[in-house]
Design a protein around this ligand. Structure first.
Ligand SMILES: Cc1cc2nc3c(=O)[nH]c(=O)nc-3n(C[C@H](O)[C@H](O)[C@H](O)COP(=O)(O)OP(=O)(O)OC[C@H]3O[C@@H](n4cnc5c(N)ncnc54)[C@H](O)[C@@H]3O)c2cc1C
Length: 315
C-alpha cells in the first residue's frame, strides 16, 4: 500500500520511519522541511506539556521515553540524559510521570530560589533538535523514504485508490483538515551562546510566565511563552527582553551571554491529540496524527507506533 505522509516535522518523520520499518512505501509531502518546521524550533526535552487526553498521553509518552533512552546510545541522534530541575510557586501534586523518569526526587527547600516554594529534579532525555531533526530525515531516507516539498490545500487533493494518507500537519491541520479546534500556542525563545553550563534544564512555572533554560552542546535556549491563539511568527523584542531577564534572575551566570538568534514556533494546540482513522472513500483512508501541543517530541514514538499499527490493519 502506498502511504503519503503530510508533514516533515517530528510527527511526520517518526511515523514515516515506523511505516517504512513495517514494509510500507512512504513519501512525505510537506510545505516546510527541516530546519524550517515548528519541530526545529523546540529546544526540546521529554516533558508532557499542554497535551491531552491523559490516558492516551501516558501510553504514548512512556513508549517515546523508552525510545529516547535507546537513542541515547546512538551518537548522531543528539539525544542525551539531562537533569531537569523544576520550581513551583506553591507545592504541586506529584506528576503522573514521576514514576516513569529516572531519579525523580524533591529538592530541599534550602535549594529552592526566592519566589518559589517547591521543586523537584529528575533525569529526562534532552533532544537536541539541530542534530535530531537531520538524524530523523537521514534515517527516513536510508530506509527508502521519499520527500517532496509541496503545499497541499485540502486532503481531497491526495485521494486515490489503494492509498493511505497520514496527516501530520501540526497547526496546519486547521486549514488542511478543516479542523477549527486546532489552534496555535505561540512559543518565543532566545538562543544564546553556551556560557559553560552543565546539562541541567531549569524550568520554573509561575503564573502565565514560563521560564526555562536548556543548555545544549552548541548553544543555550532561553524561554519562553505559551500564547494561545497567537499566530505571529515575528519575535517580539519586549518579550525577548523579559525572557532574558527572567532566565538571568534564575541563573546569574547567564548575565551578558551573547544572543545568537530569536525564534518563534507555533505549537499545535487542541483539546486532545487527534490520532484516528477516517475513511475518505471505499479504497482510501487517512490517519490523522496532530494536535500534540507542547509535547510533540515527548509523544512522537508512541504516536508513530499507533499510526503504524492502524496502517497495518487498513492495508
Ligand atoms: C518554543 C517551543 C518549545 C517546545 N518544547 C518542546 C519540548 O521541550 N518537548 C516537546 O515534546 N515538545 C516541545 N514543543 C512542541 C513541539 O515542538 C511540537 O509539538 C511539535 O513540533 C509538533 O510536531 P509536528 O510534526 O506535529 O508539527 P510541525 O513540526 O509543525 O510540522 C508540521 C509539518 O506539516 C507541514 N504542513 C502543514 N500544513 C501543510 C500543508 N497544507 N501542506 C503541506 N504541508 C503542510 C509543515 O510544513 C511541516 O512540515 C515545543 C514547541 C515550541 C514552539
Amino acid at each position: 500500500m502506498e502511504v503519503i505522509v503530510i508533514g516533515c516535522g517530528v510527527s511526520g518523520l517518526s511515523c514515516g520511519i515506523r511505516l517504512l520499518e513495517r514494509g510500507f512505501s512512504v513519501t512525505i509531502v510537506a510545505e516546510q522541511l527541516p530546519p524550517h518546521t515548528t519541530s526545529d524550533v523546540a529546544p526540546a526535552f521529554w516533558y508532557p506539556f499542554k497535551a491531552f487526553p491523559l490516558k492516551r498521553i501516558q501510553r504514548w509518552g512512556q513508549l517515546s521515553l523508552a525510545e529516547f533512552y535507546r537513542l541515547m546510545a546512538v551518537p548522531e541522534a543528539g539525544v542525551s540524559a539531562a537533569t531537569l530541575v523544576e520550581f513551583y510557586p506553591s507545592p504541586p501534586s506529584p506528576s503522573w510521570w514521576a514514576g516513569l523518569v529516572r531519579h525523580y526526587e524533591p529538592i530541599p527547600a534550602s535549594d529552592v530560589p526566592p519566589g518559589y516554594q517547591a521543586g523537584y529534579r529528575a533525569e529526562t532525555p534532552l533532544i537536541e533538535t539541530p542534530r535530531y531533526m537531520p538524524y530523523l530525515l537521514a534515517r527516513f531516507g536510508q530506509l527508502g523514504g521519499q520527500v517532496e516539498q509541496k503545499r497541499i490545500s485540502h486532503l481531497s487533493e491526495l485521494v486515490g485508490p489503494g492509498r493511505l494518507i497520514v496527516n501530520c500537519s501540526g497547526v496546519g491541520a486547521r486549514e488542511l483538515a478543516g479542523d477549527e479546534t486546532v489552534y496555535p500556542i505561540r512559543g518565543q525563545i532566545v538562543r544564546v551562546r553556551q556560557p559553560g553550563l552543565d546539562r541541567q534544564i531549569v524550568n520554573a512555572l509561575s503564573g502565565p510566565a514560563l521560564t526555562y533554560i536548556v543548555p545544549r552542546s552548541q548553544d543555550c535556549v532561553l524561554g519562553g511563552t505559551a500564547e494561545e491563539h497567537n499566530w505571529s511568527l515575528t519575535p517580539e523584542p519586549a518579550t525577548a527582553a523579559a525572557i532574558i531577564e527572567r532566565a538571568q534572575a534564575l541563573m546569574p551566570t547567564l548575565a551578558g551571554a551573547e544572543v545568537l538568534e530569536h525564534l518563534v514556533g507555533l505549537r499545535p494546540g487542541r483539546n486532545e491529540v487527534r490520532l484516528e482513522l477516517e475513511r475518505l472513500g471505499p479504497d482510501c483512508a487517512v490517519i490523522h496524527n496532530y494536535g500534540h501541543g507542547g509535547a510533540g517530541f515527548t509523544l512522537s514514538w508512541g504516536c508513530a507506533q499507533e499510526v503504524a499499527e492502524l496502517a497495518a490493519k487498513v492495508a
